[in-house]
Design a protein around this ligand. Sequence first.
Ligand SMILES: [Zn+2]
Length: 339
Amino acid sequence: MNEQKLTELRLRRWELLSRAREILDNNYRTFSCFVSRLNPTVEVWYHDIKKLANYKGLFTCGSVWVCPVCSHKISMRRSQELRSVDMTKYNLYLGTITVSHKLSDNLSEVLAAVVGSWRSIQGWRVWRDVRQSVGLVGTINSLEVTYSVKNGWHVHKHILFVMDKKLNENQLDFFRQIIFVAYQKALKRYGFDISKKRGVKITEVHADNLSYVAKVIKEVVQKGYKEARINNLNPFDFLDNSVLSCERSRHLFLEYVRNFTGRKQLTYSKGLRELFGLGVERTDEELAIDDYREGWELLAFVDAEKWRLIVKRGLRGQVLEIAKSGDVDGLLAYLDGIT
Ligand SMILES: [Zn+2]
């Protein structure tokens, strides 16, 4: 991605965060994210090699679901962690499970059906035998939701199946069938069903193709900022006033926030992190906090009144874009101009 596109995306995340603050109230952590000061002054730091700037001394919400700024950092760091694992010795399969849905479905019901049904497969008494028969070492699954103006909430899970043996076509088909049957049966208890064609998809990932694995991992972990498509909206698109009407966006965003806050986005099956040598998993809140060691330098201080104006004028992103070059005079002149 070129520098201009990256700049646009960074600025967009700050704009979306400002919009989230308009929609939410102070019962939500994101309302205060990168607004509330922890110290009398806010520090602006920059990294000369990475050409990035950041604020220090502010409260961060650490919400992977609600906050466009924290979410990006958390997803990026989880993705980096997973990419550090040597996957070449495993056979990888990427699965997607969805549910048939319609515009009138409540998000809470669709979500409960998908999450509960996937969980019940793992509690299933023959699951251990199935695991053994296909050589399943563990899974990493990510929970996602998109929205379509035609068909409503589309809750789905991406699942990376890590296996210690390679399945031939028949074995893979058998595995897919077993999951399909168990998952469909579980969904029916919630009053939902799945399409035979699209409900459960599992495809092999060729581990010798590392760039592809990296892409897959990115897909599992990192929610992309896709161009807004009216039938495949990312929840952060609700914060973009140009996509849906203001009132509808607000309503949908709040429904989404109420249902997803506190949920886990990425889940490793028991024992898999140890096997990968990844150690104790850091929380979303921990991952959202920036690390200012290696190469970061303090560039400037912003006093409380100036900070209030920067937030009010929606300039948090712009200030960082100026600061990232390390031009302290340019930054101070820009800050002076904010009134
Ligand atoms: Zn945040």
